[in-house]
Design a protein around this ligand. Structure first.
Ligand code: ADP
Ligand code: MG
Length: 352
């Protein structure tokens, strides 16, 4: 690898080839300078990707990693109903990642950035002795009155989700079993691998839904449908019913499980689908469906928002099968659960 400054200069030259509307000063100053727009709010989000925790270099091609590092943060901006504008990238670089790695990484990163008009305006770079660490920051904006929060769900709302669920978790399972992404190849397994390695969040859909006033509450599905819907319910002070038959289970989830029950569980608990989950009153459904069509996004109504049951205040999620309700235990991805030295939320709760 060249020096830190040569490395940054190359990123700077690459970043300058892409549009950075409204930017006053980008890479090269002590801080980037962004012009402000009246009546708009600024959205800021960051996602940390740590080698061996969030990805493994043994199966994640560098081009995919560059794409995914940006995609995960774009997903957060979309979930708020914003438009992504700028990004910052902070890297802890281990000796194993050299010139060829970064060449590929930035092809993935910049080609996604270009598609959504996002300019890379800064970051930081240091060495990390034994593993790659990537902090991906995205700055977006939205009209003041169109931001969509997790806390806005109303009793009686329907619940909708984009895409199909469990595809990314299936891809991860296939990677663990030794399958690898092959460019050009197309099969149910390859599509699952691609969903995990190069997610395509419905970024325009999130923004259109917000600007057209078509969501009371929204969240991106990053920790699994059940967990993220539970978060939304928690913030909104409501509960939710999921219809078993309505949940769109991805083909990949069926591929790696041996029963429809197990495929369903993977679909609602597998992480990193980066789809959007939203709640809205039924009267907006036709506008919502045509917005999904405009964005070429698949949209499914999967349940409804209800009041918290006074007799079971702890139950946020209910599963409805053939008209019968049962409490749905929330399982999703927890980064801390698998590492000693960290406590899962469950353990922390019993300690108190
Ligand atoms: P500082 O000493 O203020 O941290 P640096 O020398 O680290 O500045 O960075 C010089 C410029 O390069 C800054 O504008 C910074 O935002 C940018 N930069 C550093 N690392 C990266 C990176 N990985 N990606 C994009 N820009 C970067
Ligand atoms: Mg620095």
């Amino acid at each position: 690898m060249k020096s830190e400054f040569a490395f940054i200069n190359r990123i700077r030259a690459q970043a300058a080839r892409y549009p950075q509307a409204g930017l006053v000063h980008g890479i090269g100053e002590d801080a980037a300078v962004i012009g402000q727009r009246q009546s708009h709010v600024t959205l800021v989000t960051t996602d940390l990707l740590v080698e061996e925790v969030d990805f493994k270099l043994s199966y994640a091609p560098p081009r995919c990693l560059g794409h995914k590092a940006l995609a995960v943060s774009l997903s957060d901006i979309a979930a708020m109903g914003g438009r992504p504008r700028y990004s910052l990238l902070t890297l802890g670089i281990p000796p194993a990642c050299g010139e060829a790695f970064w060449g590929e990484f930035f092809i993935g990163y910049f080609s996604l950035a270009e598609r959504y008009g996002v300019g890379l305006i800064g970051g930081d770079t240091s060495a990390a002795p034994d593993r790659l660490v990537i902090d991906s920051i995205v700055i977006g904006d939205a009209a003041m009155n169109s931001v969509v929060c997790r806390s806005g769900a109303q009793i009686g709302d329907d619940i909708y989700v984009t895409g199909k669920l469990g595809q990314s978790a299936a891809g991860l399972e296939l990677l663990r079993r030794g399958e690898r992404l092959r460019e050009e190849a197309d099969s149910p397994a390859q599509r699952a691998l691609r969903a995990h390695l190069m997610p395509e969040p419905p970024i325009r859909f999130g923004r259109y839904v917000a600007s057209r006033g078509l969501a009371h509450a929204m969240i991106d599905v990053s920790d699994g449908l059940a967990q993220d819907l539970a978060h939304l319910c928690q913030e909104s002070g409501v509960s939710a019913i999921i219809d078993f038959e309505a949940v769109p289970v991805a083909a990949g989830a069926k591929l790696v499980t041996d029963s429809s029950e197990a495929a369903f569980t993977l679909a609602i608990s597998g992480g990193e689908d980066f789809e959007l989950l939203l709640t809205m009153s039924r009267d907006a459904e036709s506008a919502l469906v045509s917005t999904a069509n405009d964005c070429q996004v698949r949209l499914t109504r999967i349940g409804e928002i209800v009041a918290v049951d006074k007799n079971e205040p702890a139950t946020r999620l209910w599963l409805r099968r053939q008209g019968q309700l049962e409490p749905l235990a929330v399982q999703g991805y927890d980064h801390f659960a698998q590492y000693s030295g960290f406590h899962s939320d469950k353990e922390a709760a019993t300690e108190n």
